[in-house]
Design a protein around this ligand. Structure first.
Ligand code: FES
Length: 105
């Protein structure tokens, strides 16, 4: 099962097993980690699930135009920014590490 490490705004890191088919956002929300708010529930319309992908991002699909548009308005967006609800884990993902910015809420 893929492992996802979340580096949170409070400086803590949490590594979780997240099943294939779930998103990086799902893994955070289902385990009650703070930082990924996911206001829209994963329908790519709020950008409160913004993360920076530090490692392992190659296993994800490229961002859609919709995701790119939203990221343009996300506070503090960088080239490694993604919306975590769009990062669906698959067998190609062994270990992913993301940093959660403190600007999602
Ligand atoms: S949860 Fe709203 S865009 Fe990802």
């Amino acid at each position: 099962m893929p492992k996802v490490t979340y580096a949170l705004p409070d400086g803590t890191t949490h590594t979780l097993d997240v099943p294939c088919g779930q998103s990086v956002m799902d893994g955070s929300v289902r385990n009650n980690l703070p930082g990924i708010v996911a206001e829209c529930g994963g329908s790519c319309s709020c950008a409160t699930c913004h993360v920076f992908v530090d490692e392992g991002g190659a296993c994800f699909d490229e961002p859609t135009d919709e995701e790119r548009d939203l990221l343009e308005y996300a506070e503090g967006a960088r080239p490694d920014s993604r919306l975590s609800c769009q990062l669906i884990l698959s067998d190609a993902c062994e270990h992913v590490r993301v940093t959660v910015p403190d600007t999602n809420g």
